[in-house]
Design a protein around this ligand. Sequence first.
Ligand code: PLP
Length: 450
Amino acid sequence: MTKSNSSHISDIAHHLHPYTNAIRHESVGPIVMERGEGIYVYDDQGNRYIEGLAGLWSVGVGFGEKRLVEAARKQLDALPFYHTFAHKSNGPAIELAAKLAEITPEGLNHVFFTNSGSEGNDTVIKIVWYYNNALGRPKKKKFLARTGAYHGVTIASASLTGLPNNHRDFDLPAIPVHHLTCPHFYRYGQPGETEAQFCDRLIAELEEVIAREGADTIAAFIGEPIMSAGGVLPPPEGYWARVQEICRKNDILVVADEVITGFGRLGTAFGSDFYGIKPDLMTLSKQITSSYQPLAAVMISDEVYRVIAENSGKIGTFGHGYTASGHPVATAVGLENVKIIEERGLVANAAAMGKILHQRLAKFRDHPLVGEVRGAGLLAAVELVADKDSRAKFPEPGKVGGWFFNRAHSHGLIVRNIGDALAFCPPLIITEAQIDEMVKAFEITLDETA
Ligand code: PLP
């Protein structure tokens, strides 16, 4: 636990933290981070931590990257703000939009900028509804998402999210979302079922829901290529190809939420490249600027864009946008960040280091507390269980994981506990020696876990 000082006391007195038990915060207080360098961050007590989660799955190029500081400074100097409403534009927004069109999967040639991933997914919902209204299909509005998915916390994006904490006590209004079974074989596979049979069952469920609800009522399927915040849950082999085929057959748009998997995380440029997804819409954020600035982008296919453009021509305006959509400082930082990822070969580094990370983590499969080791590229999780054979969870889910999370801090490691699964998502710049350092700190903590 950190020592209290006046800033800690002030934090407790005035700051309601996201994703925090506020009562517990009043007794334990904050860990106040002061600076970062590469894969490391330092708190105000002088402690150094390996940021095994790259902040919030996001600081791809690492901390302390001076090129991003300089890109922000130059843009702040020249033009700190200008909006992009009503035909106005700015250089960095134009350049970043073109760059994103170039590097994202084929056909995604149009960009709508927002400030956060949640707003990005709200924008996706509105675009999809607008699109179907423009096509004269007012009934085609429902979204298919998955239990365990994370798509954000605004009222609409939280409705897509399939996690209980984001729904409980928030009275979300009825956005038409149907949550399909979470595609995680380890947890949702039935006794005696093979992974291939599990995949068949997921696909049969999808077909059954479409048949029952009617394809004329279902607008889009949204999914993270690998569910991340829900526990790092790769789907069974062949899942995405089959989902995509069924969606195409039923004229259902495919939305890839790549807020975490975008920009190299899985060792390919995008998670869609990893799984062969050809999305109609794609949400990007986090590693778009390595989170040095808040920014998100919705990539839109030529076909969807054309329908939107024609409709706004008819009705007068596309009535959606944020004051900071295409913010020049955020987009300048984004552009420089994408250049750094390209120039330093960070996608290839993620592929190479991802292999090493998974090799190193594989040894924990034999540990009595470890149920599953999973992931792809520089995204991984080690799930702790009460009983390895039956896969039984601990009696109080999240308690052991929470203990591990805190304990790892004292060994200079930040990993995220998602219930009792411990997630890794280090900066894309990580080296082999640093992976060894990170895994060692993990091992020490695991050995201390009763
Ligand atoms: N979508 C995914 C896949 C995410 O992981 C997140 C955040 O972790 C979001 C959307 C929401 O992004 P934000 O927190 O920027 O609103």
